[in-house]
Design a protein around this ligand. Structure first.
Ligand code: ADP
Length: 199
């Protein structure tokens, strides 16, 4: 009889049910930092490490977000905010699917990251600052973008003629000037493991 009174409840599967099947606590690991600081490198290495340890995870980055769902957005401030808003909403869907989501986006302002935290929920949002000086990022210039920005071929480039606001209270800092990739990921993994592990 009860199922006839509340038939909808039989159809609902909650986040906890999915986490239970996946045997993990889902979270959004939000990596912020300058272009070339190492966000994608660390995100991909962390994804491999988590996966090897039986955590079910997914990286979201410019490659799979800006090329698809956000391919109509520019790098103007308003569009950057909309970019982060949509990413946050997508992350929330992944979170509710029980997936550990590793986000790799410059997300240059505190306002943007606060918006992401609000949408995702403060308890689910783990801010990781990928620290590297502008000089170091410019020296690496992985994609040749700093050279173009300095030459005025790209306008509003973060760190050059658009601000980057350093996180004031990140959950974790990866100092890519101090540690190599493997060491950075090992330390980050050990920090995250207790939170992600399902009891
Ligand atoms: P972002 O995603 O922040 O734009 P990328 O990961 O694409 O940055 O590029 C960072 C570059 O810095 C890569 O070429 C990477 O190999 C290099 N690098 C050097 N040392 C480190 C380190 N310790 N951690 C992360 N990346 C590093």
């Amino acid at each position: 009889m009860a199922e006839n009174i509340h038939p909808i409840f039989d159809k609902l599967v909650g986040r906890g049910d999915r986490e239970n099947i996946l045997k993990q606590n889902s979270r959004v690991i939000w990596m912020t930092g300058l272009s070339g600081s190492g966000k994608s490198t660390i995100a991909e290495a962390l994804e491999r490490k988590l996966f090897k340890n039986n955590f079910f995870c997914q990286v979201l980055d410019g490659d799979n977000i800006r090329s698809g769902i956000n391919n109509n957005l520019s790098f103007e401030l308003a569009d950057r905010l909309e970019n982060i808003r949509r990413i946050s909403e997508v992350s929330k869907l992944f979170l509710n699917c029980g997936v550990i989501t590793i986000n790799s986006f410059i997300s240059p302002t505190i306002k943007m990251r606060n918006m992401a935290k609000e949408i995702i929920g403060p308890d689910n949002f783990i801010e990781v600052y990928i620290k590297a000086s502008l000089e170091m990022c410019e020296e690496r210039d992985v994609k040749g973008l700093y050279k173009k920005a300095r030459a005025g071929e790209i306008k509003g480039f973060t760190g050059i003629d658009s601000p980057y606001e350093i996180p004031t209270d990140p959950a974790w800092v990866v100092d890519t000037g101090a540690d190599d990739v493997a060491t950075s990921v090992d330390k980050l993994y050990e920090f995250l493991k207790p939170t992600l592990t399902f009891e």
